[in-house]
Design a protein. Sequence first.
Length: 426
Amino acid sequence: MFLYNATVYQIPRGTRDFTSEEMQKRKYVENSMKTTFQTFGYREIQTPMFETLELFTAKSGEGIIEEIYNFTDKGGRELALRPELTAPVMRMYVEKLQMEPKPLKLFYLGSCFRYDRPQKGRYREFTQAGCEIIGADTPEAYAELIAMAYTVLENVGLKNIQLNVGNLNVLSAMFNVLKLPKDKQKYMIPLIDKSQFEDVLEALQDFGINPKIASSFLETLETSDINKILEYIKNDKSAKEELIKLEKILELLKKSFGIKNVQLKMSIVRGLDYYKGVVFEIEAPELGAEKQLCGGGAYELIELFGGRDSPTAGFAIGFDRTILALETEKYAFPTLDLDVFVILFNEEMMNKAIEITQELRKQNIKTDLDLLNRGIGKSMKYANSINAKKVIIIGPDELEKDSVTIKDMESGEQKVIKIKNILKEF
Ligand code: HAM
């Protein structure tokens, strides 16, 4: 019931409230992800929710403003809510962390904001869990980074995920074979990204590329056979070296890191402008249109931000999509239900009820009590509705003998125990 004339406020488009049930899932996923990052030697950092707008336009140009939330503050500064965390982390690195020993392994978890068109799995406010490694570009460093992305998702409980690895320098060498000007390459990128290969073929023909040459480009784009790609770019020495390095990364992923579900995919293009070299994505095929759970790779931003050059790579996992994928797989999230609810027969038992409740809380046992003194019937109903695992009932007869009744809500089993022995029940 709303008061006459009162305004009913609505949540902004593309944002969400999270109920306590949803927060339980989110906290479980957050804890699991943080633990996995830490087991790989990564350390957590945090940067502000908003940055100078220029931090994001520096590499991508003014065009990106269309996709982000930007504003002028009261001091006339041009600011933006962060659409991602790689540029902020690189800004922080250049400002504060350049002297740290290398490799520097950093991870983060936080909200991002994009002026996207909202739909399932695509929000205007969403959370990313990601990381950056600075100062290491061996095949082992890339393989470990990619394996960690996969492990983070596997450890939260996902079963059905697919890892694809590519290389943008090799893709660029493939474009060079076609002798396609940069603006025409740019037109093709979104088509390749969406695997619309028929449209790629059509576009190439429209650009005047001979059909035979166009179809051999497409075959190379779709193959996972490294030798075929090597043959295609055989005149480009540096791209060939990159491809051989990629082969080594794939071998490490399969043999040393034990990842089975990995394949070479030359059609990975990545949306952001800073990538260069190795790139990878992890998908949850069951999610449909917004199936990309994770994206990352090697990139260059440090010099642009005024720092001394050092190799950089990283990835970000879509936290919200990970939860959607777990729900699709019907994952049984661990619950954070109340361990025990304390019920009192009447107000005279209130002091004892508070005392027992506080003792249990001191032992980190999740405990609540009937603050409304509603009597046994109503309190039992309430304990049931909040899924309390046990209830303690304090009644006058038992209390006289320094005892209480304890009931297991799942089995229904009930017994009288001495107050001094309560902790033994948990
Ligand atoms: P990204 O591919 O733009 O990469 O985003 C990473 C992940 O964030 C996506 O795979 C997706 O799961 C999730 N995501 C993106 N947009 C939305 C949205 N509107 N709603 C829900 N989830 C979304 C980056 O952001 C790079 N900074 C990753 C990186 C780190 N590269 C190197 N280091």
